[in-house]
Write a protein that binds this ligand. Structure first.
Ligand SMILES: C[S@@+](CC[C@H](N)C(=O)[O-])C[C@H]1O[C@@H](n2cnc3c(N)ncnc32)[C@H](O)[C@@H]1O
Length: 454
């Protein structure tokens, strides 16, 4: 194992590390790359470095919650609607001349990051390569449970222009340039086929660039400027959280999710105003930001993730947000196994978030494969989603499918209920080039069910 470095200290330039992960070996990085100064705020409270994608046993539930009784939803027929792009209710995007622009320039002649030197190597999105493990039994899922009466809205783009702490500054040539809080970051982006709009200097002066170097965990897969720590802080919808340079090129937040989180918070607040705490289930909850946004909106939250490290990161975020007293159950478990138990217990939830990776693994090695297991999981969710104005939001990343595939799955399993089923793509809007309309970058597919008041 590579010798651990204290948090906040960047790797030595050009450092090479063993790869014992079994993952595809990334291309070697040029030695002697120069580094730059940056402005990332250190966050030294974290002793561990969660990567948010691999799980360690054992598992357990941190708090217990109550149960509610199921009731049948009455059927009501409704029509379908035309499709329009929607802009997420995020805060205003930062003006040109953002914080990143004020960062010192890099030495010229710096070696280009590996991903800038040619076509990006195929990489696994949002999690480890397909794991070996315990395969699930195939389970039949029911067909449509009745006539499809849900109102269907197809092809709706949920566009996120960024907010105070996040901007998509530029994209192109297989990469994207983003600002997370005070840190500007370069990461591979296979969908970015456009030419870059900002200058090469704006790209090379970024505080951190994902290189795909060989270290399994920690920040060694990043090239960082001098003085850049591996953790820093930012906020979304009023909730502060810790960002971290992870080995899977993510930093602990998927900014396009703000479109879902704004919607969710609004719905939960409206439910909480009725006097009873709404219940939210967050499966594949990762670093817990959605769980904290939901708790801040008045919900009682059940957060499930297979990774102990991700749960630890979520708790760290909970403390940072000052929400220690909020009713959040942090559960290390396999999402499908947990959902099956919830069905047996007869539990009901007013809101459900599902953000599964394409491939994953439960704490006991249970294999999660989105294409194979999603129908069963959505069927389980159908059984725990409360009647009336409840909601379910499913996002899918990095699958070879149209949003129609998850739309039709949700429509078959939930379409017998009255409400609205909206499906499309989550999109980031570029904000970095002044005077030019921001380009759209699609990040994922989603489908969202909103039950009607009965
Ligand atoms: C990409 S993250 C979800 C992102 C998060 N919802 C958000 O937007 O911030 C996927 C998560 O699924 C978890 N995971 C993978 N396989 C799992 C399984 N079988 N059961 C539960 N969680 C799993 C990973 O640990 C990871 O934290």
């Amino acid at each position: 194992m590579p010798k651990p470095r204290p948090p906040g200290r960047p790797a030595p330039a050009g450092a090479k590390r063993d790869d014992r992960s079994g993952r595809p070996k990334p291309r070697p990085e040029a030695d002697g790359a120069k580094r730059q100064a940056g402005a990332a705020k250190r966050h030294d409270g974290a002793a561990k470095r969660p990567d948010g994608a691999r799980a360690d046993p054992p598992r357990g539930e941190a708090r217990s919650g109550g149960a509610r009784t199921k009731a049948a939803a009455p059927d009501r027929r409704s029509g379908s609607a035309a499709m329009l792009p929607e802009t997420a209710k995020a805060g205003p995007s930062r003006p040109a001349g953002d914080r990143a622009a004020a960062r010192p320039m890099v030495d010229k002649g710096v070696a280009k990051p590996a991903f800038e030197r040619g076509p990006a190597k195929p990489s696994v999105e949002r999690g480890p390569a397909k794991p070996a493990g315990v395969a699930r039994e195939s389970r039949p899922t029911p067909g449509p449970l009745g006539p499809r009466i849900v109102q269907e809205r197809i092809g709706v783009l949920l566009e996120t222009p960024g907010w105070d702490d996040y901007q998509l500054l530029d994209s192109g040539e297989g990469a994207k340039l983003e600002r997370y809080g005070a840190l500007t970051v370069v990461r591979p982006e296979p969908q970015a086929m456009v030419p870059r709009r900002l200058s090469a200097d704006r790209w090379t002066e970024a505080g951190a660039a994902f290189t795909g170097d060989v270290e399994e965990e920690g920040p060694g897969r990043w090239r960082t400027a001098a003085g850049i720590g591996e953790t820093w802080e930012m906020a979304v919808l009023g909730v502060p959280f810790v960002c971290r340079l992870t080995a899977f090129r993510h930093v602990g937040v998927f900014p396009e999710q703000i479109a879902h989180w704004s919607f969710m918070a609004e719905r939960l607040r409206a439910m909480a105003a009725g006097g009873e705490r709404p219940r939210l289930l967050n499966l594949f909850g990762y670093t817990g930001i959605a769980s904290l946004v939901a708790a801040a909106a008045g919900a009682e939250v059940t957060h499930v993730d297979a990774s102990k490290k991700a749960i630890a990161w979520g708790r760290e975020n909970q403390a940072l947000a000052g929400l220690e007293a909020a009713p959040i159950r942090w559960i290390v478990d396999d999402a499908v196994a947990f959902a099956e138990r919830e069905v047996r217990r007869g539990r009901l939830y007013d809101g459900i978030l599902l953000d599964p990776p394409r491939f994953g693994r439960g704490p006991d090695g249970e294999v999660w494969s989105l294409e194979a297991d999603l129908p069963h999981l959505v069927d389980l969710m159908r059984q725990v989603l409360a009647p009336g104005p409840s909601f379910l939001i499913l996002t899918a990343y990095a699958i070879r499918a149209s949003f129609l595939s998850i739309h039709e799955l949700a429509a078959d399993l939930l379409g017998h209920r009255s409400g609205v089923l909206t499906s499309g793509e989550l999109v980031l809007l570029e904000t970095g080039a002044t005077g030019r309309p921001g380009r759209r970058l699609s990040t994922s597919l989603y489908t969202r069910f909103e039950g009607a008041q009965e």
